[in-house]
Design a protein around this ligand. Structure first.
Ligand code: ADP
Length: 164
């Protein structure tokens, strides 16, 4: 089983094989963690993302990390939370599954996830955390040895610690 760690900090500082970006469907950057990743990685990241022509919610794409300490960035647009009855849980699960799949296919051993959809997209934090943890735990891994859940705030860190 994959080792799981939770930490509080800025995901752009982590020296891991891949960081997972809570992107939007344009993949052209935005606010929150997405903006921070694009700023830290530099303009080349935007150029690489432009080539995809967007990405559907729940899917994922991989790019190099450019100026980041991380080797790769996996970009996944999470669902915008409405009421939980519009496929949000399934879409959030897909984000984690498809990100794990790309990490596996690219030989990543260490992967750090941001808390997808829990910022501007409004997913209830505890429910989102339960999906994140369950999906990663259930994912059959070969290459990935360690998953880090990177929490920006202390509230999120506490939720992860409780769920784990
Ligand atoms: P979404 O649109 O998917 O909700 P956000 O970027 O608004 O994405 O928020 C996703 C999560 O990322 C939130 O929990 C937010 O606190 C967190 N976050 C914001 N900046 C960073 C950062 N630099 N490193 C790690 N997590 C971050």
């Amino acid at each position: 089983m994959v080792e799981i760690e939770v930490l509080q900090g800025d995901i752009t500082k982590l020296k891991v094989d891949a960081i997972v970006n809570a992107a939007n469907c344009s993949l052209l950057g935005g606010g929150g963690v997405d903006g921070a990743i694009h700023r830290a990685a530099g303009r080349e990241l935007l150029m690489a993302c432009m080539k995809f022509g967007g990405c559907q919610t729940g899917e994922a794409r991989i790019t190099p990390g450019f100026k980041l300490p991380a080797k790769f960035v996996i970009h996944t647009p999470g669902p915008i939370y409405n009421d939980g009855l519009h496929g949000e849980p399934e879409l959030l699960r897909s984000c984690y599954e498809n990100s794990m799949k790309l990490a596996e296919e690219n030989g990543c051993e260490t992967v750090a996830f941001s808390a997808i959809s829990t910022g501007v997209y409004g997913y209830p934090k505890k429910a989102a955390t339960e999906i994140a943890v369950k999906t990663v735990r259930e994912y059959p891994t070969q290459n990935v040895k360690k998953v880090i859940f990177c929490c920006f705030g202390e509230d999120m860190l506490k939720i992860y610690q409780k769920v784990l």
